[in-house]
Design a protein. Structure first.
Lengths: 728, 151
């Protein structure tokens, strides 16, 4: 098996500088001075699929999920190291390939990395795999000494024989352990005995990210490789009518001009700059596109706000009598635009195709989907293909799609035997996203004479992600994911992690599906992002309309969710909520991806309407915090993603063409706009919640509610960028 | 043919003069530490030093170089990641996906070359790189920590 993994390693040659020095992209251990030399020894076999231990006691943990910044690599390794009882200082990691997973009957399970699920959906079998490896290693040591296993103890990768000074390191018994039958039953450690899980360990992938040594997909270099730049139909649904290859064929470095499928062209050249220059100069005629306008689509969204074709996502009691008997009815309409994921590394993939084999090197959030896409584009049996994953230069959901993998293979197929790196320009990346869906919502609340909320109706109008990407997941046409964070509890265990934690006497949440021709995608946080704005900005409006404190008003409706109360109270207390200090604060709490989150934002808005987000206190209860310092990093980072969307993020379409093509028109917040973030990591234990996404949802509502506190103005249409916060 | 000095080493490249320095470094010299993020000097992922000054190499044409300048990329910033910024970044685990970080580190190192003791206001004014993972809180902490470190 180690040999199998090494196969991809050998082929992956990176030329660093003019030195031609070659390094492996996967974990490779180099001998340090004074260490024994094991190079003449046959490498140890793996102990099991999850763990390989070298003669030098280096522990290589196999990681099925993809590292894209969220720290899953380190967190998963902590889970393994905990149960393995190895020395954390000797832990390194590597990615098995999706092809190996297929060949071994999916021994590593799901490779898909999305929905903040890397740890929470695999912690059980990953820890069991590590515990099994530990049992086998200890048994091998016991066999070596000819004693019962009960005579042995283990700590930090060293097995000791009780009552003697005899020890054996894991590296010495790994080969024998690999021959043993795996245990039928394993018992996992009690969380109170954890020494690695729950510790703020430093990331395992930092060092190479400080020196330029980290190899991303964009940096892949293979012998004889050529580089391609692509142009896809700028208009949605457009096809290539004609292209004039001769016009650019003699440009410097150009090797080949190709069409990819029916909707894209590419130029293959010796360098990317030359390929890109030529593809931009290539005369192409397009036809058959859709003249979609996002501003005109507003009419359809507005229709959906009051139409009677809505799917019911959550219903409690009857809202009609509540509104009929209301002392006061509050109503508000909110808008959320399309967003681009805009990871810092534009889409890319490198492929080699021959009639016998197809191999792809790429950053992907879904290795198995990338492999399937490669095999389909290669027109080869999947067993003759493989995908080698690299750390992602950002994913955010975009790299769960495999369009760029298919394209790279389709180009490579036209140049058999030549490695082709397809690198998208930022402009292609911006124009051809899988966009965060466009929605609008109308919220209505009924208040009685005492300021109690007696009825609440949230009508969502707009785009369904599942209808476009996973229509098989629709239930009688309904997209349950649209209701993320607003779903009823206790109805469907599969979505229990995305349910509403407020208790309301009379509630209706429904969705009028209005699908534009723009392809939607899962965008970090997904539908929780706008649903939290719809719910939590409106709860703020209701509290003010009822003349009640927004904290007290929320807590009253969180009576059945003590964990939600705990995070909300924690941010309120830490931020100084209610203090008579002239600060403008806004609150929010939300539950998504299995984690309880809350935030309190402090803002100032000057006389000209300029916003400054001064401070955000955030709390999250993810059940178990595998690595608290990385949970903190995710909270901080998620705010940049959520607040960039709130401040600037918007893709608009005119005549079927996205109008934002780069960061000059699709802006992202900078360090000068970054508030102070104080993170409260509050793991209450007993469950495994997500970390990468849940806190995005609370950032924007907390800030929007604070803006109201500062100005008396409600911002209900995002992004904020072109609105003056001081105009009525 | 154009000559240029990168990380103390001379190179001769046969490239069109309008080719941005970024692509000369990445595709002709083989130094892939500086990253392509936008191509229009917005994001700063491509930041390198020319005579110690941070520049966005994605819009810096080869033809604008005389060949005498000392160009420094992330690969040449220090031996063994010993630059104060790299030390601080390691200590605080600043990078997430890390793609923007070579540019971020070079931008910060460039700022420290001329302003060894930047205030928060200086940081706000000078560090304008985009990071979509959102490492800004730790970038700021890292800058203040780097001020206290020696190479």
């Amino acid at each position: 098996m180690t040999e199998l993994l090494n196969l991809s390693r050998r082929k992956f040659i990176i030329a660093t500088g003019a030195t031609g020095l070659t390094i492996g992209v996967l974990a490779a251990c180099s001998k340090k001075p004074g260490e024994p030399d094991y190079s003449d020894m046959e490498p140890n076999p793996e102990v099991n699929a999850w763990v390989h231990i070298g003669h030098d006691d280096t522990v290589t943990v196999r990681i099925a999920r993809s590292e894209m910044g969220q720290g899953t690599l380190t967190g998963l390794a902590q889970l393994v190291a905990e149960e393995l009882e190895c020395d954390w200082a000797k832990v390194t990691t590597e990615y098995p390939t999706p092809g190996q997973n297929l060949a071994r009957e999916r021994v590593w399970g799901d490779f898909s990395t999305g929905g903040s699920s890397g740890i929470r959906r695999s912690h059980q079998y990953v820890r069991e795999g590590a515990a099994a490896a530990r049992i086998m290693l200890v048994e091998a040591a016991a066999n070596e000494w000819g004693v019962p296993v009960a005579e042995c103890t283990v700590s930090k990768g060293v097995v000791s024989l009780k009552g003697s000074k005899k020890t054996l390191t894991y590296g010495k018994v790994a080969s024998a352990a690999a021959q043993l039958a795996p245990p039928l039953d394993v018992t996992l450690k009690d969380p109170k005995d954890w020494t690695i899980i729950g510790q703020p360990k430093q990331r395992l992938d930092t060092a190479d990210k400080l020196t330029g040594a980290q190899v991303y997909g964009s940096d892949v270099k293979l012998d004889g490789m050529l580089t391609a730049s692509i142009r896809q139909s700028p208009q949605i649904g457009g096809k290539v009518k004609s292209l004039d290859a001769s016009a650019v064929a003699s440009m410097p470095g150009v090797k080949k001009i190709v069409q990819i499928g029916d909707d894209a062209v590419a130029v293959v050249a010796d360098t990317w700059w030359r390929a890109n220059k030529a593809v931009l100069a290539l005369p192409v005629e397009w036809e058959g596109g859709v003249a979609f306008s996002s501003s005109e689509f507003e009419t359809e969204l507005d229709d959906g706000l009051t139409s009677d074709d809505a799917f019911t996502g959550n219903k409690v009691g009857e809202i009609a009598p509540a509104f009929a008997n209301a002392a006061k009815v509050v109503e508000a309409t909110y808008n959320m635009p399309f967003q681009n994921h805009a990871p810092m590394e534009p889409m890319n993939a490198t492929a080699i195709w021959t009639p016998e084999k197809c191999e792809v090197w790429c950053p992907t959030q879904n290795g198995e989907a990338a492999l399937a896409a490669a095999a389909e584009a290669a027109e080869l049996p999947i067993e003759q293909c493989d995908v080698y994953k690299l750390h992602l230069g950002g994913g955010f959901g975009r790299r769960g799609m495999s369009d760029y993998v298919s394209q790279a293979v389709k180009i490579a197929k036209q140049m058999p035997g030549t490695p082709i790196k397809l690198q998208w320009s930022r402009e292609e990346d911006m124009l051809h996203g899988f966009f965060h869906p466009i929605t609008k919502a109308r919220a209505r609340g009924a208040l009685d004479a005492d300021g109690n909320l007696t009825g609440l109706h949230i009508r969502i109008s707009g785009q369904s992600i599942l209808a476009a990407l996973m229509p098989q997941a629709l239930a009688n046409g309904m997209d349950f994911a649209t209701f993320q964070g607003l779903l009823p509890s206790g109805v469907d265990a599969r979505v229990e992690d995305q349910t509403l934690k407020y208790t309301f006497d009379n509630l209706l949440v429904d969705h009028a599906m209005r699908n534009p021709p723009v392809r939607p995608g899962f965008w970090r946080g997904v539908n929780a992002n706008q649903n939290a704005i719809y719910l939590e900005c409106f709860m703020d409006e209701l509290a003010h309309a009822a003349g009640r404190d927004p904290l007290e008003f929320r807590l009253a409706h969180l009576k059945d969710s003590p964990k939600s109360q705990a995070v909300l109270k924690a941010v309120a207390e830490k931020s100084g909520w209610g203090a008579d200090d002239g600060k403008s604060r806004g609150l929010c709490n939300f539950y998504s991806f299995g984690s309880y989150t809350a935030a309190c934002a402090e803002v100032t808005v000057d006389a000209d309407g300029n916003l400054k987000i001064d401070r955000i206190v955030a709390a999250t209860d993810p059940g178990y915090a595998v690595n608290p310092q990385q949970v903190e990093a995710q909270v901080q980072g998620s705010f940049v993603y959520g607040l960039s969307a709130m401040l600037y993020g918007e893709i608009t379409f005119e005549n079927g063409v996205a109008q934002q093509k780069n960061f000059d028109s699709f802006n992202s917040m900078r360090i000068s706009e970054m508030p102070k973030v104080e993170t409260l990591v509050m793991p209450s234990g007993g469950f495994w919640g997500g970390v990468g996404e849940p806190t995005i949802a609370v950032a924007a509502p907390a800030v929007l509610n604070a803006i109201y506190a500062a100005t008396g103005k409600r911002v209900r249409k995002l992004p904020i960028k072109d609105q003056n916060l001081r105009d009525a | 043919m154009a000559k240029l000095k990168v990380n103390g080493k001379s190179h001769t490249v046969d490239v069109e003069e309008d080719t941005p320095l970024l692509w000369v470094l990445r595709d002709h010299i083989g130094l892939t530490g500086a990253k392509y993020g936008c191509g229009i000097a917005q994001c700063g992922s491509c930041t390198v030093h020319i005579d110690g000054v941070a520049v966005r190499s994605c819009v810096y044409p080869l033809g604008a170089l005389s060949g005498e300048e000392e160009i420094t990329t992330i690969e040449g910033l220090s031996e063994g990641a010993s630059h104060p910024v790299q030390q601080a970044w390691a200590e605080l685990d600043v990078p997430q996906c890390g793609y923007c970080q070579p540019g971020m580190i070079m931008a910060v190192a460039g700022m420290l070359n001329t302003n060894p003791n930047p205030t928060d206001e200086d940081i706000d004014a000078e560090i304008t790189n985009i990071c979509r993972c959102g490492t800004f809180v730790r970038v700021r902490e890292g800058i203040h920590l780097a001020k206290t470190k020696k190479a």
